[in-house]
Every structure is written in structure tokens, then in C-alpha cells.
Design a protein around this ligand. Sequence first.
Ligand code: ACO
Length: 311
Amino acid sequence: EDEAFLAAFQERIDAEQKIEPNDPMPEGYRKTLIRQISQHAHSEIIGMQPEGNWITRAPSLRRKAALLAKIQDEGGHGLYLYSAAETLGVSREEMTEQLLSGAAKYSSIFNYPALTWADIGAIGWLVDGAAIMNQIALCRCSYGPYARAMIRICKEESFHQRQGYEILITLCNGSDEQKEMAQDALNRFWWPSLMMFGPSEGESVHSQQSMLWKIKRFSNDDLRDKFINATVPQAEFLGLKVPDPELKWDEKKQGYDHGDIDWDEFWRVVKGDGPCNRERMRTRRKVEREGAWVREAALAYAEKRAAREAA
Ligand code: ACO
């Protein structure tokens, strides 16, 4: 790739032109997007597991219907994102293989268990809340298909966030035990939710180039801070305490200072040693095996139809 090509590409990016699938693009740009979009897709698919475990235990028909719809949305987001990645020249099969072999990452957050019904509330409120904060910025990503996919996904994520927060409002207005359950869920999900935004400045190896290419619009730390500033008042409204003794409002910067994030825990989970990594992968591989006959049958049917139409 010569310098003139790279400079012309950067000029298009700086002029806020969207890059589309058939446009020439630097190999690094293509690779970065395939990495990020496929990891994002894997996160949606693996993210169905912690909540899926609660479908049969949802406390009412209404809660069950909402939870089912939300989990189905996540499957849809995964398919959307795999399709966006395919426009960059990688196949769905390849991406699935990378997930199953452990070569591709998915979000650290989905390696934590959903132990109580309050966790379903906390996942909607915090995990989907963090996802929205990150994804609103991605609606302006320079790659057209990814940016457009994000618009619809963000709309659905806001419904997910509200559904989670509403569960917690109900619990926090309930018995002492229910309120305690909500506080316990916040205690366990707060820090892992902050970790979702990725490592801090110095450790975020891709950020600088991704921001230059306008794939990312904000640094991991900036989005994390925005999330904290938006979420702390929501915790206060619930009457819950954020489990960070160092959390403090800074009048000058009009934002919160927070305590240190346990990055050792983050990297441990990313590298496969979180509370549920093995279980998540085991389940995903089992589903892949058990669904093989469906894919084979669909393929055989499509081939038969194509042969009939050709005859
Ligand atoms: N979980 C797992 N891995 C992570 C996480 C995380 N929370 N955050 C960062 N990493 C990984 C990166 O993937 C990268 O590893 P790689 O080089 O093997 O791909 C490494 O840590 C270094 O991080 P960065 O240089 O900061 O990586 P990047 O620029 O890709 O930023 C981020 C990470 C912010 C997650 C970005 O990829 C992104 O915005 N992705 C799209 C959103 C997304 O995937 N959301 C998933 C959860 S939300 C949901 O599914 C509901």
C-alpha cells in the first residue's frame, strides 16, 4: 500500500465520508473491523447464555415474555453483525470457527454468572447500559454497514436497558430481602460492567489507530467515565449504593472520580479464566454440535430446490 493511497483514504475519513464494502481500504482497516465486528457478534451470541438460564424461572408471564424477546433480539444482533463483518470478506463459518477454537474474543462481561433474578435486572441496567454508551458512538463509525447496523441495535438496547431498570425498581420497592438482592447484584456487576469498556489508555493497543480511522470516536476511558456519570444518579434513585468507596463527585470536571479497576481480574477473564468461561464455551460447542443436522437439512433442501428450479 503506497503512501498516496493511505493519504487519500485518510482524507476521505477526515471528510466524514462513509466507507462502503466495495471501496478500496487499507488492509489494516479491514482487519481491525473484522476483529471488532466479529468479537461484537460473538458477544451478542454468548451473551444470550447468562439470561437464557432465567427464562424458565422468570417470576411472571409478563417478565418471561419480555426476557424471551430481549434474548431473541440479541441473537438477531449477532446475525446482523456477522452479516456486517461478511461484507469485509470473511465468512460466517470462519468467524464461528474462530469463536469455537478460542481464537476470537468475546466480551469479558458474559463470563460472570447470573445468580439471582436481580442479576437479570442488573444485566439490563448496567451491561446493556454500558453497551449502549459504547454503541451510540459506533453509530458514527466510518464503516457504513457497521454504523447502520448500530442504529437499530441501539434502539433495541434501550428497550433492554429499561426492562432491566424496571425489574430493579420493582425489587427496590419490595421487601427487605428483595432490596438486598438488588444491592447484591449491583455489588457483583458494577466493576465487571466498567471493565466492558476495555483497558485504559496505555493498555488499549488499538485505540489510537482506530480513532484516527474514526472506527472509534472516544477512548475507552472517556466512554467509561460517561457511563459512570450517567449511572450513579440512577443507582441513587433506586436507593442502592455503588460499591466504590472512592467514588466522588468532582465539581470542577463535572464528573465522578472513581476507585481503581482490578485489571488483573479483567485480563484473567479475557484470557479464559473467569468464573464461567469454560461453561460458556462448552455450551456454545454443544449447541453447534446439536444444531449440525439442522444446517445439513437446510442445505440439502436448498440444493434440491435449486436443482428443481434448474430442471
Ligand atoms: N472483553 C474482552 N476483550 C476485550 C474487552 C472486553 N471487555 N475490552 C478490550 N478487549 C480486548 C480487545 O479486543 C483487544 O484484544 P484483541 O487485540 O485480541 O482484539 C485488547 O483487549 C486490547 O483492547 P483495545 O485495544 O482497547 O481494543 P479495541 O480498540 O477493540 O476496543 C472495545 C475494545 C471498546 C470493546 C471495542 O472493540 C468495541 O467498541 N467493540 C464493539 C462493542 C462490543 O464488542 N461490545 C460487546 C459487549 S456489548 C453486548 O454485546 C451487549
